[in-house]
Design a protein around this ligand. Sequence first.
Ligand SMILES: Cc1cc2nc3c(=O)[nH]c(=O)nc-3n(C[C@H](O)[C@H](O)[C@H](O)COP(=O)(O)OP(=O)(O)OC[C@H]3O[C@@H](n4cnc5c(N)ncnc54)[C@H](O)[C@@H]3O)c2cc1C
Length: 289
Amino acid sequence: MKNVEYFAPGTLKEALQLLGKHGKGMAVLAGGTDLVRNMNLENAYPASFMWIGHLGLEYVKNVDGVIHIGAATRMQTAGTSKLLQSKAAALAEAAGKMASLPVRSLATLGGNICNASPAGDAICAMLGLGAQVVLKSTRGQRVVPLEKFFTGPGKTVRKPDELLIEILIKPTAKNEGSAYAKVGRRQALTLAVLNVASRVKRDTKGNCAEVVIAVGAAAPTPLRAVKAEASLRGKPLSEAAIQAAAEIAATEIKPIDDVHGTAWYRRKLTKVLVARTLRGAGGLPEGEG
Ligand SMILES: Cc1cc2nc3c(=O)[nH]c(=O)nc-3n(C[C@H](O)[C@H](O)[C@H](O)COP(=O)(O)OP(=O)(O)OC[C@H]3O[C@@H](n4cnc5c(N)ncnc54)[C@H](O)[C@@H]3O)c2cc1C
C-alpha cells in the first residue's frame, strides 16, 4: 500500500483549484468502482485523490428544455429518475440495469464517462442520446459533444486540470424515443460484449427526421454509426429500412476478438441490437431478430 494524499473539497471552486495545482498526479474519486479496482488489481496508485461527493454534483433536472445531469449522479439515481425514464429512456435503462445494486449505488455517470471503457453502458446510452459533457477548470469551461470526447480505450480529451461537472441531453419530444440494448456473457453483472443505443425522431408524415445510433464494445472507442443514421433520414421506419441500416452499421464498427467475444459475433450482434433499438426508439413491436 502506497501513501496517497486525500482531499475532499466542499466547493467546486476549491476542487478546481486543487485540480489546477496537482494536475496529472491527482485522481478524481467519484464512486471509486473503477479507480479502487485499478489500485487493487493493477497497482495503479495516483499521488493524490480528490473525492467529489461534497460538490453538489448529483442532480437530474430539466432547465429551459435541456436535461442537466450532475457528473456525480449515481447509476441508481439515474435509473430511477422519472425525468430520464420519460425523456431519455435509453439512459435510464442502461444505468438502472448495469452491474448490481451495490455497484449502482456508488458508480457515477461521470466516472463511467471518464473511465472511457469502449464497453461502458451509460456511455453508450448517452452517446445514443446525442449527449454533451461540460468540462470546467480554473481556466474556464467548455462543452464537448460525447462523440468527440473519447480518443482511445481509457483515453479522453479531458485535460488533467479539468473536472467533468455536467452532462447535457436534449429531452425526447412527443414524436421521439430512445432505446438501449446490451448483450453480455451472462444476464447480469457483466461487461457488454456489445451494446447499442438509438434515438429516433419522426416528422409529421412519420418519416425519420433525426436518427442517432451508438455502438459500444465494437471499436477502440464507443462510436456513432453515422452512415446507418444517414440511411434512415427522410424515410419511414419500415422493417426493410431498419434491416438495411443495421447491415450498414455492422460495416462501420471495428471489432476485435477478445475474452468477451469474437469480432465475427460482434458484427452479428450489431445487426440484431441496432434493429432492436431502432424498433424500440420508434415505438414499434419487437421483430424476429
Ligand atoms: C463489480 C463491478 C461491476 C461493474 N459492472 C459494470 C457494468 O455492467 N457496466 C459498466 O459500464 N461498468 C461497470 N463497472 C465499472 C464501473 O462501475 C463504472 O465504470 C462506473 O460508472 C464508474 O464510476 P465511478 O463513479 O465509480 O468512477 P471512479 O472509479 O470514481 O472513477 C473512474 C475514472 O473516472 C475519473 N473521474 C470520475 N469522475 C470524474 C469527473 N467528474 N471528472 C473527471 N474525472 C472523473 C476518475 O479519476 C477515474 O479515472 C463495474 C465495476 C465493478 C467493480
